[in-house]
Design a protein around this ligand. Sequence first.
Ligand SMILES: Cc1cc2nc3c(=O)[nH]c(=O)nc-3n(C[C@H](O)[C@H](O)[C@H](O)COP(=O)(O)O)c2cc1C
Length: 213
Amino acid sequence: MKILYVYAHPEPKSFNGALKDTALAALQEKGHEVKLSDLYAMKFHPVLKASDFPERKNLEIFNPFLEAIKAIKTGAFSSDIKEEMEKVKWADLLIFQFPIYFTAMPAIMKGWIDRVLAPGFGFDPVTNSAYDTGLFKGKSAMLVTTTGAPKEIYSEGGAHGDLNRHLEPVTHCVFEYMGMKVLPSYIIYEASAMKWERGAEELEKYKQRLLEL
Ligand SMILES: Cc1cc2nc3c(=O)[nH]c(=O)nc-3n(C[C@H](O)[C@H](O)[C@H](O)COP(=O)(O)O)c2cc1C
């Protein structure tokens, strides 16, 4: 399988860094082809802006939605977006790994979604192609995330509510919207309070999950 691993953590020596290294080794061991987008290491620019569109159609008013729909026909996006779009086109499975920041993905990863999964790329508002007719039909996606808070707080009836529900703006309204099949999110709770032994156990469990893919 061709796998794009999109990863966001600012510190390579973090638990997330170890999780990512474990994942890359396990996927390669299983014979998958893997491409990595390590967003902090790449210094990925997360803010959608006019220069994302080098052949702007309307120079008077910047309308990113309309510019994207036009640019998708010619491929006229800035080079950092084009490189990431090529990886998405290539991939059968997209894995997004990140620590939870305020019950969501870090801004750098949301910015990757805003800029790379541009209107017209995974869905077509002109022909109303979304969900069952989403343009990424045949691809799959999976979120892998770590929390500081314990599972009880992120469960139905807990103070925050079910974390899976908070992830739906991405799993449902982005990935499924674009026609992708969404695999169950892989969540490691209370990652910041982990002792070394539990950390090693969690790395092994995640490795086994990836070997099952
Ligand atoms: C800006 C910021 C916001 C955070 N928000 C949350 C949160 O909303 N819920 C939560 O459980 N943990 C939150 N955390 C804690 C991180 O998710 C946690 O430290 C991380 O998953 C541990 O993995 P690491 O050791 O690889 O960084 C936040 C951390 C930061 C830095």
